[in-house]
Design a protein. Structure first.
Length: 235
């Protein structure tokens, strides 16, 4: 039976809470090019546009509530007798709102602000602007503390170490199109772990998983968690 589980969650787990992905045909992402609002170059070119975009995302996320999938993973963390490492590509705080602890936000969080000048971090106000001051160095270089395309995700050393020592890796609601997260299944497989994909539909990397279950996250994640806990309790 499994002693260490690493779970990766993507935008699909938060979709039922009203937070769309950048592949959705509607929503905030559909109104902008990724190059304009999610890259360092876009921020340098038009910081007001980027700040307004993330202010809107921050406001949207603040109204969202965790769904049954978030709650099930929180239950797994609290009830599983082994170790459960929760890694997310999401910048919302729905895992924490559901009760999960020590979530590794590899793409940062909307709740944080970052100084592009001195790298100081602080809790983000509801709105940031090109005039927002860094409380550490007083420069007007405040930006959302999120990882943009072309930047290195956070916590990578910790995540790769956990993948090398886990015996079960589960990807939930991920597209399998964004690296390095899309390569996590390969790292886990190389470590000898079993791998499972839980998704609305097959991802770009689904063929590299040992097992897969498809459907709404609010249905398949609680069912999988209940099954895993039942199996562990029978051992």
């Amino acid at each position: 039976m499994y002693d260490k589980v690493v779970i990766l969650t993507g935008a699909g787990i938060s979709a039922e809470s009203g937070l769309g992905t950048f592949r959705d045909a509607q929503g905030l992402w559909a109104q902008h090019r990724i190059e304009d609002v999610a890259t360092p170059a876009g921020f340098a070119r038009n910081p007001d546009l980027v700040q307004a975009f993330y202010n809107a995302r921050r406001a949207q996320a603040a109204l969202a509530q965790p769904n049954a999938a978030h709650l099930a993973l929180a239950q797994l963390q609290s009830s599983f007798p082994g170790e459960v490492i929760l890694v997310t590509q999401n910048v919302d705080a729905l895992h924490e709102a559901a009760g999960s602890m020590s979530v590794l936000h590899m793409h940062g969080t909307l709740a944080g602000a970052l100084c592009a000048s001195c790298n100081h971090r602080w809790p983000a106000p509801p709105e940031l602007s090109s005039n927002s001051l860094c409380p550490q160095c007083q420069s007007t270089a405040a930006r959302p503390d999120v990882v943009w395309f072309g930047e290195i995700p956070y916590h990578m050393d910790r995540i790769l170490s956990d993948l090398e020592t886990c015996d079960l890796f589960v990807a939930i609601g991920t597209s399998g199109q964004v690296y390095p997260a899309a390569g996590f299944v390969d790292a886990a497989t190389a470590a000898g772990a079993k791998t499972i994909e839980l998704n609305l539909e097959p991802s770009a990397t689904h063929s590299r998983f040992d097992d897969a279950r498809f459907g709404r996250a609010s249905a398949i994640v609680p069912a999988w968690v209940a099954e895993l806990l039942d199996e562990r309790n029978r051992d």
